[in-house]
Design a protein around this ligand. Sequence first.
Ligand SMILES: Nc1ncnc2c1ncn2[C@@H]1O[C@H](COP(=O)(O)OP(=O)(O)O)[C@@H](O)[C@H]1O
Ligand SMILES: [Mg+2]
Length: 498
Amino acid sequence: MRVLLIGSGGREHAVAKLITSSRDDVRLYVLSDYNNPGLRMEAENTGGRLFVGSTTSPQLAVEVASKISPDLVVVGPEEPQFHGVVDSLREGGYYVFGASTRCSQIERSKVFARQLLWKYGIHGRLHFAAFRSLEEAVEFIRYVGDVVVKPARQVGGKGVRVVKDTKAYLSEVKSQIKNRITEEAFYELAKHEDSEFKVLVEQRVDGVEFTVQVITDGSYVLPLPLVQDYPHAFELDLGYKTGGMGSISGPGHLLPFINREEYDTSIRAVREVLARLQEEVGDSYRGAFAGQMMLTGLWGPTIIEFYSRFGDPEITCLLPRIESDFLEILDRAARGALAGAKLAVAEDTVSVAKVIAPLGYPVSKSEASGHPVTVDEARIRELGCHILYASIEEGADGRLYTKGSRAFELVCRAESYDEAYRLSELAVSYVTSLDGWPLFHRSDIGSRWLVEERVKLAEKIRNIYRLKQARGTLGETSTLWVPSGGVVTNPLLSTVRW
Ligand SMILES: Nc1ncnc2c1ncn2[C@@H]1O[C@H](COP(=O)(O)OP(=O)(O)O)[C@@H](O)[C@H]1O
Ligand SMILES: [Mg+2]
């Protein structure tokens, strides 16, 4: 079976491993933006090859596909979807696993996603206001405090700022900060012309985050085990938000801090969004879909955003736990024949994934680029762990160089978090810098301490949730938020339409 995988990073390397380990008769081809040695090796080991070229060019994707006549094309990241790569390949007669441009709006436009949740009254929706101009956004944010300001489009995990506004005596300073934050979100969108709205202001919530991923062929929905992703750069959830510094999963389909009922509620919300999305855009959804959730006192499982693809490093975390023929599942989803599919997972195991990044990431990618590194793959394999190549390029001299973003992802599976944590920390030590430029990772991810912290936090949140449920006030806040399209009157200052 000939498979073309489009994408360049750690997520694609994880998917490539799942595909090549599914069966013996796979020939894997990859279209990647750069010469990722992990993806290249994965393809060459099956007799296929890696093509270097723009993954967001529909013409190039079709050209590569016409050279190799794949039985299946798998599109990993969201940007190719936004740029019409999936649509062009489908028009060319190929079976594609990946959301169409219209379906991927659910990720691309955070405003579209929020509007959909409100239009259909879906569980776990947050109040929001969307703005086309910076002036309107700045005017609005003067009057609301406890909010999150986001670029209105998915821009690869940049520009989202949480504004905790509780200390009134700091109002002057805070107002300057809020203006700056709003400007940053606005300018993040300057390079994207496909977004009508520029800034999204959203009700702030607190809680425990987790990701629920599913695979669908448009009607049948196959849930994957939950994963918790850690977006902050440094230990204790400090520092900049990144694309994700690691993740944990298991045992079973749950996490130690998310119970069956919360899992079921999340899956129900995701199923409903998928059904409504397809109605709205008039297109069938064939690919991976994910809800980035937060367990909050307001709603229980609450929707933060959606991905129209597998999460990264979420899918990495599941790599060692999936036992099914994953290629068959992807293929059936692409053909609209997923009904009845089951996903076998190593139930009594957990996994810990860790990202290794060059110092400078995520603020100064140029400083973080161009550093030679080396990996002792044999030692990592001896531990039973996998290493995935992400923002790493093979130079003309055959050495590996950082490209400034997350360089590697490591994932280890074990029967307990203690053991998976121990293995992951050992595995990290087999990646070394050759020019002395420091590499960093989060030493707390997967530790028993951090897992127990999340368990305690989730329990506190559940108590608030139960109280609100008993009072019949789920989703209600004491602030001035009302559903989008309504009018909110600030009794102190003015009336803002949103
Ligand atoms: N409404 C919210 N309340 C509290 N925190 C939020 C809210 N929205 C986002 N966040 C935090 O900001 C992070 C990034 O926001 P998200 O919408 O997922 O954007 P992206 O991942 O595209 O940067 C989330 O993972 C969460 O930690
Ligand atoms: Mg996110």
